[in-house]
Design a protein around this ligand. Structure first.
Ligand code: GDP
Ligand code: IMO
Ligand code: MG
Length: 425
């Protein structure tokens, strides 16, 4: 059995795309099991930069099977354009290499309109969503009014469900959100067209994956977002609308819990967050600016500048526990070159109390003051290192300290955005 789950352990954008692309070399099947095109996973191969929003990050290896499982919410227009762009570059030219679950839910135009309008109404209290309609789509899924691929492909069913949904959404849009309503015909025609283009990829992916597991095929499950964006375990309500922890893979791909071998947490050597919400180690001054510039910390989906700060060991230790991590891939260590001293958050304090875990209360988390320990930095660039021994001693000490504080072995270190710029331990 060779099944690996990859998850982000901070607030997303940890470098999941890069690591999955590397691990995909040794996999047969790569699976997205949650989130939607709020995700932006970047792959850098040679001069070519690819940002994937829905298609799994194994796609640049020819012959691998990419699966979009039932837990993903799919904007078919985004999927069609991503697919078209990849096919134009010679990827996924074999239709058998992409599989989409017939149970995956569709993001509809009204979901995007509702997402954006609600954010506007929240004003300063906005979540800072990606505006891709993710929350409203998961709401409909849970309300049992959502539209799935299987419904899209059944003429009568799609018409009926769209009519019923649109009637209700238009009342909500017009009366509550003060937005214009939407026309049935335009949505119906566009979605039928998308359905016709995507029909050939749609099937029972849970069954396909189980058969793959039974046949000993190597399967890589690619998480989206990060643990602190999980709707149950993250910094609620400043989270996404799905479960992003490793456990979500069972429901999101339809595979039993006994089927998984290892869980790799992708973790930046510092911390970033895009969107609003508490961020204890955020640096709003020159240090944050320095990390943003050197780390090129701008959103892969929305282009927004990412908020940046020091490594938070409280948060990563908690994520290691929640995900049952068997190892960490530490990314962007190169970005810290030249910063001295380096700081690591080892605890929080608020109101005379010390916290060794992330408090559930937003108010408390916003008020906490991080406790830091300092470590000496290094000045030698890291991107040429391919073994641990080639790293400057202070970089090795920093990595060893993170390993200690997070109680998780660091099994990979990424020292640049390129595929090759990686140390396997
Ligand atoms: P994801 O959402 O977790 O896949 O991460 P993103 O792609 O949104 O953001 C990670 C960014 O960091 C991308 O621009 C990557 O190309 C880049 N990146 C990944 N690993 C490294 C690394 O080790 N060093 C540097 N400098 N950049 C990296
Ligand atoms: P990847 O997979 C970083 C954030 C948004 C916002 C919150 C809710 O690239 O790591 P949503 O649109 O999901 O309702 O927004 O979640 N968010 C992400 N931040 N990386 C992501 O994905 C994200 N997906 C959602 O910025 O704060
Ligand atoms: Mg991203």
């Amino acid at each position: 059995m060779s099944t690996v789950i990859v998850v982000g352990v901070q607030w997303g954008d940890e470098g999941k795309g890069k690591i999955v692309d590397i691990l995909a070399r040794d996999a047969d099947i790569i699976v997205r099991f949650g989130g939607g095109n709020n995700a932006g996973h970047t792959l850098l191969v040679g001069e070519e930069r690819t940002v994937l929003h829905l298609i799994p990050s194994g796609v640049l290896h020819q012959g691998k099977i990419c699966v979009i499982a039932n837990g993903v919410v799919v904007d078919p227009e985004v999927l069609v354009s991503e697919l078209t762009a990849l096919r134009a570059r010679g990827y996924l030219t074999d239709d058998a290499c992409l599989k989409i679950s017939d149970e995956a839910h569709l993001i509809m135009p009204y979901h995007k309109a509702i997402d954006l309008a609600r954010e506007r109404l929240r004003g300063k209290g906005e979540i800072g969503t990606t505006g891709r309609g993710i929350g409203p789509t998961y709401e409909d899924k849970m309300a049992r009014t959502g539209i799935r691929f299987v419904d899209l492909l059944e003429e009568g069913t799609f018409r009926e469900k769209l009519e019923r949904n649109l009637e209700e959404k238009n009342i909500y849009l017009r009366s509550i959100l003060k937005e214009p309503g939407m026309e049935f015909a335009a949505i119906y025609d566009a979605y039928r067209r998308h359905g016709d283009l995507l029909r050939r990829y749609v099937s029972d992916t849970a069954l396909y994956l189980q058969e793959g597991i039974d046949a000993g095929r190597r399967i890589l499950f690619e998480g989206a977002q990060g643990t602190m964006l999980d709707v149950d375990h993250g910094t609620y309500p400043y989270v996404t609308s799905s479960n992003t922890v490793s456990g979500a893979v069972c429901a999101g791909a339809g595979v039993g819990p006994g089927s998984f071998q290892s869980v790799v947490g992708i973790c930046k050597a510092y911390t970033t967050r895009v969107g609003n919400g508490p961020f204890p180690t955020e640096e709003r001054g020159p240090i944050g600016e320095r990390l943003r510039e050197s780390g090129d910390e701008f959103g892969a989906t929305t282009g927004r500048p990412r908020r940046c700060g020091w490594f938070d060991a409280v948060l990563v230790r908690q994520a290691a526990r929640l995900n049952g991590l068997t190892g960490i891939a530490l990314t962007k260590l190169d970005v810290l070159t030249g910063m001295d001293p380096l700081r690591i958050c080892t605890g929080y304090r608020a109101g005379g109390q010390r916290f060794a875990r992330v408090p559930a209360s937003t108010r408390v988390l916003e008020a906490v003051v991080p406790e830091y320990e300092e470590m000496p930095g290094w000045t030698t660039p890291l991107s040429a290192a391919r073994t641990l021994a080639e790293l400057p001693v202070n970089a090795r000490r920093y990595v060893a300290r993170l390993e200690e504080l997070t109680a998780t072995p660091i099994t990979m270190i990424s020292v640049g955005a390129e595929r090759e710029e990686t140390i396997l331990i």
